[in-house]
Ligand binder design. Structure first.
Ligand code: ATP
Length: 246
């Protein structure tokens, strides 16, 4: 694991096809805000790379994840995910692109509480032919394998709403990983866990991302998680927004 020694521009120079993420000259302001939120000249994640992103509250980490997943419009610059400029896609295509290529894990897991754990995990495969094509077996078989790997297989048939927070978190991780997306984005995925559970969860997530070849970007304030990652980045190293002087 390296801390900050990586040359962000060298990632982009390595070639778009070797990168899960390649950002260039990205600028973003929230509507009505006078201060810029994002001004990122270069940022890249290699295929299969695992990166921890840190930075103080309000510095734009979640906004960057929203720009990477195509949830917000990017008015200037390019955000390439697996070689595709997400910002150039029309909104309807962007939603389809996201489910094909990106696994998302957020603090609120957005599981469907009345569906079984296994049915929650297979959901991305119902919406994405690409995810289905990348499965090694049936969606249910692959879901079960992930649930075993994440240590929660005994709850496969339980409604997701009946699980504890930590258990739901592992279900959200399995749902993000199924069908091997190119990129997993996780925003504060461990904030409500005790230190031991945080460590265990990140071990599992990091191991499963490595196993599937997905790049992994985790935003977290939690200390002591660095050893799970290839690289640790401070937001201030990549983001230099202009601040309105008035
Ligand atoms: N939907 C929104 N509309 C307008 N402004 C927003 C919106 N979301 C975030 N912001 C603003 O953008 C800036 C960056 O917020 P963001 O949530 O990206 O920061 P963060 O680094 O993820 O913070 P935290 O660590 O507290 O989650 C903040 O000033 C915030 O107020």
């Amino acid at each position: 694991m390296s801390t900050s020694s990586y040359n962000h521009s060298s990632g982009a120079a390595a070639g778009v096809e070797a990168l899960a993420v390649a950002i260039a000259d990205l600028r973003f302001n929230w509507s009505g805000a006078t201060d810029q939120t994002l001004a990122i000249e270069r940022f890249g994640l290699r295929t299969g790379e695992r990166v921890l992103l840190r930075g103080p509250s309000g510095c734009g980490k979640s906004t960057l994840l929203a720009a990477m997943s195509g949830v917000v419009d990017v008015p200037a610059g390019t955000v390439r995910i697996a070689g595709t400029d997400v910002g150039a896609l029309p909104q309807s295509h962007r939603d389809a692109f996201r489910v094909d290529h990106i696994g998302l894990i957020f603090q609120s897991f957005n599981l469907i509480p009345w569906l079984s754990v296994r049915d929650n995990v297979v959901l991305p495969c119902r919406f994405s032919a690409q995810r289905r094509q990348r499965l090694s077996g049936t969606p249910q078989d692959d879901a079960q394998k992930l649930l075993v790997a994440l240590g929660i297989a005994e709850h496969s048939d339980t409604p997701a709403g009946n699980l504890s927070y930590g258990q739901q978190q592992r279900v959200a991780a399995a749902r993000a990983l199924i069908g091997t997306p190119d990129l997993i984005l996780a925003d504060e995925p461990t904030s409500a866990l005790d230190p031991e559970a945080k460590d265990r969860f990140l071990s599992l997530l990091s191991r499963e991302a490595a196993h599937s070849g997905a790049a992994l970007l985790v935003v977290s304030h939690d200390p002591g998680l660095e050893h799970h990652f290839d690289r640790v980045i401070q937001m201030s190293e990549i983001n230099a927004p202009k601040v309105d002087p008035c």
